[in-house]
Design a protein around this ligand. Sequence first.
Ligand code: PLP
Length: 387
Amino acid sequence: MAIYLDNSATTPVRREVIDEMLPFLESDFGNPSSIHSHGMKAAAGVKLSRERVARLLGCSASEVYFSPCGTYSNNVAILGRARFVEANDGGRHLITTNIEHPSVIGPCQNLESRGWRVTYLPVDKDGIIDVEQLKSAISDDTSIISVMWANNEIGSLQPIEEIAKVAQERGIFFHTDAVQVPGKLPIDVSRHAISAMSLSGHKFYAPKGIGILYLKQGENVMPTAFGGGQEMGILPGTESVPNIVAIGKAAELAAAEVSQTSEKLRALQNILLEKLLPIEGLRVTGPSSVEKRLPGHVSVAISGAEGESLVMKCDLKGISVSSGSACHKGIIEPSSVLRALRLPDSEARGSLRISAGRFNSIEECEKAGDLIAQIAAKSARLSGQQV
Ligand code: PLP
């Protein structure tokens, strides 16, 4: 039986989530904007889901917006806020980091092409920004800060509470891409001064194609797409009711089980690390201390190896993992995140990400850890011989 250890890429949909969404595909399929009984049942499903998500985040239901995915949430938070800033003659400076997901980097580059100034903060060897550097980067025209909570490739956790405080003190809109966080770490936006947050259903056991944008009461974004006015006009389009119901159920489960899941993921992470750390020529990418990492997330670089070939070798042994180094025009290129860590290319090309989820067992992680360790040791040895 294949072992799936790529939960940072996507997760399976939970049975409880499927059961909850099925009636909305079959009998309760109405359009929530319709005023008849079919429509009202669909609208009730959407309302319940919004309340469940609000409980996961510690906010009120009116601050929760459904989006097509994490990518859209990030785009609307950044480009929608930028439109609002422009409409109000605000300063056109945005601060982000150089390890963000492409769905944050893309909107930032778009803003640069429209005359905005964007500061990409560097990260240290653990993949974490320096809050003092963030403070120094702020100027009178800074109107948006966007810093991800947890990095998908190297698992680093940013000091989100401190960053939010800095942004609040300076009256700056603070957005965080928290796509990797639900179900692994507790979230409470009422404790942090977070203006906007992006989530994605398929990273926490709901289907692909549904996301969330949290937008704090009183914070404005302007639409970037136009249509029927759903989701207060910010994310228009007929609601994907089954997916919305699904993300609501997944949010309810994530909130209820977070401490238990996070403890289990920490244990699985430790098993994987114990198996891999003794390998010569292998180093952990991102934080070496697990407290600074996303629970369940392990990322390594194997000197002289090639990421895609490592993934294929693992697949042949029945293990699904991923790499941050991909083949572009015949050359293995490390991702921008690995480059930001300033690893030598010979190491960054051999990156591997192993991400455990709530359905993985100790036995699976022990077996996979042993097999990956063998593959890594052989690859490091072979590359040593080639030199
Ligand atoms: N942000 C992060 C950190 C991610 O890991 C991902 C998905 O890989 C996204 C955003 C995009 O989410 P989606 O796949 O729902 O568009």
